[in-house]
Design a binder for this molecule. Structure first.
Ligand code: HEM
Length: 407
């Protein structure tokens, strides 16, 4: 862990509140209870942890940090700030540069045509992983939540599934790293791995026919194919944006369902309501702490920030804001009156998650297929404690589950 940073002169003492979402003991033991407790802190406070950064609490103000690139630049996204030599495209670009990369990626990689087989493939992977569980028992994080997103993604990219463990090793360093050094090391390994993988694919264009990789290699931006460095930055973005996030989300949703028979039964009785229920679960169990840097000296909701200050837009904080959500810790599938609740789980504005469709698909299929096959689902009887893992996103370290097996 890094030592707390000195408090800058422009930060008033009454706004200083320690908050280390990567490592705090309290966040590990009761992640969402701890986040909900932030309601007693100032609306915007400064934490000396993780290199020193502003934490924004009201959901509406978090939406502004996500959306307003003239005040908050995405050129620096990590908390703590990391080695800026590794660029993620399109996430690290601000509009207008961001817009053309984002459009090209959305049109070629995430079009309905590009994702035509995603439903059938995801179901197939889900069932294979279920069949590999011991009868009536699994450790959900390592045996399912880590595996489904990467198998789905490698398959979409047209890559060999045997690469799963290599990818997971650097993804874990990037996201579970406890210090800036560990995270940087993860990015260096990722950079090397992705460079090599891309070179191999580009050397033999007949590989990966019809895959997301081919769409990436063939896309044009301003009429030109992307240079190798841009291709690498987009590939790295997809790997790093689309894997740990879904894993993290799955762990909290599955824990909740294992501990809440009434909610589980509702979804079993009304599977057609799963997409609406999912949005409430995404609101309740936000997982991302996204950074921005103040683009200029400015006063934001009464708080003076200097250019370059790191500002955190936390989706778990937005989802539990008591001024936005009545009884925010309660999961209420009727909260939206039959409609999907509008939350910030996938961010907002120009950088709104490009992979949200893919994520929703996997989370929906997980609930549809697994709940059916796990009667009387519960936390395994011999489980000592369920803890949040240290790291960049909210993820459970392990989740031992049990269910009844017929006969
Ligand atoms: C439950 C799963 C997911 C969650 C909670 C999530 C969350 C987010 C959030 C909060 C942002 C906004 C970042 C910002 O404003 O800087 C974002 C952006 C992004 N996400 Fe996701 N994400 C998920 C899944 C995925 C998947 C599956 C992919 C792709 C395979 C993906 C790719 C991206 C990309 C490329 C961006 C940057 C978009 C841009 O800058 O225009 N995400 N995601």
């Amino acid at each position: 862990m890094n030592a707390p940073a000195p408090i800058p002169d422009h930060v008033p003492a009454e706004l200083v509140v320690p908050f280390d979402f990567r490592n705090d003991e309290a966040i590990r033991q009761d992640p969402y209870g701890y986040i909900a407790g932030l309601k007693d802190c100032p609306d915007i406070f400064f934490s000396p942890d993780l290199g020193g950064y502003w934490v924004v609490r009201p959901s509406a103000a978090i939406g502004e940090v996500f959306s307003d690139h003239e005040r908050f630049t995405a050129t620096s996204l990590a908390i703590p700030k990391r080695d800026s030599s590794v660029v993620l495209i399109p996430n690290n670009f601000d509009p207008p540069k961001h817009t053309k990369y984002r459009k090209a990626m959305a049109n070629s990689l995430f079009s309905p045509r590009a994702l035509a087989t995603i439903d059938a493939d995801t179901r197939d992977f889900t069932l294979k992983l279920f069949e590999a569980f011991a009868p009536g028992r699994c450790e959900f994080v390592s045996e399912f939540a880590y595996k489904l997103p990467i198998d789905t993604f490698l398959n979409l990219m047209g890559a060999d599934l045997s690469l799963r463990d290599q990818c997971l090793s650097w993804i874990k360093l990037i996201f579970r790293g406890r210090t800036v050094e560990e995270t940087n090391q993860g990015f260096i390994e990722a950079y090397t791995w992705v460079s090599q993988w891309l070179e191999e694919q580009l050397a033999d264009p007949s590989r990966n026919s019809g895959s997301m990789f081919q769409a990436l290699a063939q896309m044009t931006i301003d009429g030109e194919k992307p240079a190798f460095d841009d291709l690498r930055a987009m590939t790295l973005m997809l790997f790093s944006g689309g894997l740990d996030t879904i894993t993290s989300q799955m762990t909290h949703i599955m824990r909740f369902l294992a501990e809440s028979p009434a909610h589980r039964q509702y979804l079993l009785d009304k599977p057609e309501e799963i997409p609406v229920a999912l949005e409430e679960l995404l609101r309740r169990f936000g997982i991302s702490f996204i950074g921005r840097a103040a683009a200029k000296d400015q006063t934001f909701h009464g708080v003076f920030m200097k250019q370059g200050d790191v500002v955190c837009a936390g989706t778990p904080i937005a989802g539990l804001d008591p001024d936005e959500w009545e009884d925010p810790l309660a999961v209420d599938f009727q909260r939206g009156g039959g409609k999907r609740v509008k939350h910030l789980g996938f961010g907002a504005g120009p950088h709104l998650c490009i992979g949200a469709y893919l994520a929703r698909k996997q989370l929906t299929i997980m609930m549809e297929e697994l709940l059916l096959r796990m009667p009387n689902l519960r936390i395994a009887a011999d489980t000592e404690a369920i803890e949040n893992a240290a790291g960049a996103t909210m993820m459970l370290r392990s989740l031992p589950l049990e269910w009844d097996v017929a006969g």
